[in-house]
Design a protein around this ligand. Structure first.
Ligand code: CFM
Ligand code: HCA
Length: 528
């Protein structure tokens, strides 16, 4: 049965032509094919995607606890993006701005006559009441349309009040998804925050954690493990993160990157500007955690660090061994579908595999082609970062650009000796006959569920209840359904416990999807 074609065949010609490029049924041949990604959703199709503002304000900047993030726009965007993404933060110096919703609440007259005056007034009030060290202004759609100059207001604020103020033109309509917003946020953090501090690290092995947003406390579990091993964490982008610590990010020896989709820009820009190397890690799933910790220790090449890493791995695994076995016995042989934003759909396959669950369908909302297909990167050559003679080389593959500190000749020579590293890529890790779908829509979700009958479906708030009403256990992998952490060793057990509870609840026996008893409208018309 070619499940992909059965679903695609239900479309009219125009939609078929578009969607067929976004869906792959995995086999040896299709694994090598390109997949369409990071392109515009078809108007009228129910997509789960968000907007540029969501990516900039909601995802990257929102978690910064000592920054007063001010939404310039009508109240809806500010209000809806307040507290809906489950990034957690502990107060710093007694403050935690993420508990507040700051917005200029633009009204019709501001849209007609301009909103800059109101923005200035909002900043004045915010400074009087909260006295922040840093304000970040984020625009929503109408601000771009009426042309308020938020950058000029930010510069004025810095002059007038002597605090840091940055503006982000992240109007929702820009680009095709959240992804454009990540880019806008990162560019400004790179330009105006990173590198402006001078606090010296105190330990030998110093790192930044990139792409860890502390959803459900994930970042705290990762920090716990890394601190046990002996790492000093300079800053985290951006879960439980802060403007104050981010200023010193360039002081770290190494960047470790958990979510690559939202933050690869900073890792690559810091490599170019400050020579800070980066490696990809994954703290979701036991094998992946082990591998990541070992890769980090290998990077530093310190014998003692390697030994401590092994000791911590052994101890952490021993602590969870009994529970792991129990949950494995409850979950093995089950099947799952995963559809999340840009990295978890891949990462969580590792964690599910730890408990014997096979992923039969996976997709990303807004990932780029390299997240699906992988990409080639030049292995890190540490000495080159400091050398004055070395030129900057950009290697281009498809739409992606890669940076390396090598001359052309060095690069050519290197290529013959060391193969380019294959980096990332969900498709090549998936089994034959599984399905990969980019920008999965609600129609396809229902169709694939009927055909593949997964035991569980991991996604977000927009489709959770559609799935549950169809009798399929559905769990939110964005918000973890208000549980967590799921990262790290202890997180793996929390996840398995929650999934086991969800799957074994007697509620499923009581759900009767409406179409089981009642004829549908179509059936009535045909059948009379
Ligand atoms: Fe990265 Fe994320 Fe994700 Fe993402 Fe998101 Fe998120 Fe996500 Mo929701 S940064 S790409 S833009 S791992 S908010 S913490 S859960 S879609 S898969
Ligand atoms: C976003 C945030 C989101 C939405 C989650 C969901 C999150 O993309 O704007 O749709 O359930 O993780 O909070 O991805």
């Amino acid at each position: 049965m070619n499940v992909r074609n059965i679903v695609l065949d239900k479309y009219g010609a125009k939609v078929y032509k578009n969607r067929k490029e976004h869906i792959i049924e995995i086999n040896e041949e299709t694994k090598q094919q390109p997949i369409a990604a990071n392109t515009r959703s078809i108007p009228g199709i129910m997509t789960n995607r968000g907007c540029c503002y969501a990516g900039c304000k909601g995802v990257v900047l929102g978690p910064l606890k000592d920054v007063l993030v001010l939404t310039h726009g009508p109240i809806g965007c500010g209000f809806y993006s307040w507290g809906t993404r489950r990034n957690k933060a502990k107060p710093q110096d007694g403050r935690n701005f993420i508990e507040y919703c700051f917005s200029t609440d633009l009204q019709e007259s501001d849209i007609v006559f301009g909103g800059e005056k109101k923005l200035r007034q909002a900043i004045k009030e915010a400074i009087e009441i909260f006295n922040p060290k840093c304000i970040m202004i984020c625009s929503t759609c109408p601000v771009g349309l009426i042309g308020d100059d938020i950058h000029a207001v930010a510069a004025e604020t810095e002059r007038e009040y002597g605090i840091s103020c940055m503006a982000f033109s992240c109007e929702g309509y820009k680009g095709v998804s959240q992804s454009g917003g990540h880019h806008i946020a990162n560019n400004t953090l790179m330009k105006k925050v990173i590198g402006t501090g001078d606090a010296e690290p105190t330990k030998k092995f110093t790192i930044n954690i990139l792409g860890e947003y502390n959803i459900g406390g994930d970042g705290w579990e990762v920090e716990r493990i890394l601190k046990r091993i002996g790492y000093e964490i300079i800053t985290i982008f951006t879960g439980n993160g802060s403007y104050e610590t981010m200023k010193n990010a360039h002081m770290a020896n190494l960047n470790i990157v958990q979510c690559h989709r939202s933050i690869n820009y900073i890792a690559e820009m810091m490599k170019t500007k400050y020579g800070v190397d980066w490696i990809k890690v994954n703290f979701i799933g036991l094998d992946a955690i082990k591998q990541s910790l070992r890769d980090m220790a290998t990077y530093f090449g310190d014998k003692e660090l390697m030994e401590r890493t092994e000791a911590v791995i052994a101890d952490e695994l021993a602590n969870i061994a009994e529970e792991k076995e129990y949950y494995y016995s409850k979950l093995k042989g089950k099947t799952a579908a995963i559809y999340v934003g840009g990295s978890r759909s891949h990462h969580y396959q590792n964690l599910l595999a730890d408990f014997g669950v096979k992923t039969v369908l996976a997709g990303y909302e807004f990932a780029h082609r390299d997240d699906y297909e992988g990409r080639e990167v030049i292995p890190t050559i540490k000495e080159d970062a400091d050398s004055k003679n070395i030129e900057h080389l950009e290697v281009t593959k498809d739409e992606q650009k890669y940076h390396a500190y090598l001359t052309e000749e060095q690069y050519e020579e290197l290529k013959t000796k060391i193969p380019l590293e294959q980096y990332g890529g969900m498709i090549k890790t998936m089994d034959d006959n599984s399905i990969v779908v980019d920008d999965l829509n609600h129609f396809e979700t229902e169709e694939f569920v009927k055909l593949l009958k997964p035991d569980m479906f991991f996604s977000g708030i927009k489709d959770k209840y559609v799935l549950q009403k169809a009798g399929v256990y559905s769990k939110q992998l964005h918000s973890y359904d208000y549980s967590g952490p799921y990262a790290g060793f202890n997180g793996a057990i929390n996840f398995a416990r929650d999934v086991t509870m969800g799957l074994y609840t007697p509620a499923w026996g009581l759900v009767t999807p409406p179409w089981k008893n009642k004829s549908t409208l179509k059936a009535k018309l045909v059948g009379g």
